[in-house]
Ligand binder design. Structure first.
Ligand code: AMP
Length: 190
């Protein structure tokens, strides 16, 4: 199986590149942000609880997202692999993911980080907010909170994969096709 963690701050381009990667490598895309937004759209209790936190730009509890990922892994038993987008976002989530994959005799193949500076992130997110309809993209204060959550809680997850020799990093600024080519060259060497 090819199991990739696409890593980077909000606005780094993980969603855009995931779409291209699932076509190229026939993988299942698992975005915890998308899964949570779908819970909100369906008006579930989980969605309503998560929305309060998401609208403030803070992370939802680990057990909520780990549970959602566990269900999706079970529902896609015969897939060639997965792209994890926006997950794991804490070291506890990374540890849980390793355990979930181990029960399926599988493991993460690589984490690939998209490197983009904070000014460019804020610019991209405000631009995206104009048509994404996402409340958390529309407010500069919430955007800064999301970037702060990333720096405090999520950036350390890179070390988790560095110690397993699974961490790769590429420039996330430039043409979408150029960034995609850099991603593919990392993946094709795995
Ligand atoms: P995203 O679409 O990945 O930018 O996620 C939007 C929001 O959903 C985040 O700001 C968090 O509030 C929440 N969220 C998404 N994925 C996770 C995760 N793995 N852990 C905790 N919160 C998450």
């Amino acid at each position: 199986m090819l199991n990739l963690v696409l890593f980077g701050p909000p606005g780094a381009g993980k969603g855009t590149q995931s779409q291209k990667l699932i076509d190229q490598y026939q993988l299942i895309h698992l975005s915890t942000g998308d899964l949570l937004r779908s819970e909100i759209a369906q008006g579930t209790a989980l969605g309503m609880e998560a929305k309060k936190l998401m609208d403030q730009g803070v992370l939802v509890p680990d057990e909520v997202v780990i549970g959602m990922i566990s269900n999706k892994l079970d529902a896609n038993k015969n897939s060639k692999g997965f792209i994890f987008d926006g997950f794991p976002r804490t070291v506890a989530q990374a540890e849980a993911l390793d355990q979930l994959l181990a029960t399926k005799d599988s493991a993460i193949s690589a984490m690939i980080a998209l490197e983009v500076n904070d000014d460019e992130l804020e610019r991209r997110l405000l631009l995206r907010g104009k048509d994404s309809g996402r409340p958390d993209d529309a407010n500069p204060e919430v955007i800064r909170k999301r970037i702060a959550e990333y720096n405090n809680k999520t950036a350390p997850v890179a070390n988790f994969y560095k110690t397993q020799n699974k961490f790769y990093s590429i420039a996330g600024i430039g043409a979408i096709e150029e960034i995609f080519a850099s991603l593919c060259s990392v993946i094709n060497q795995l």
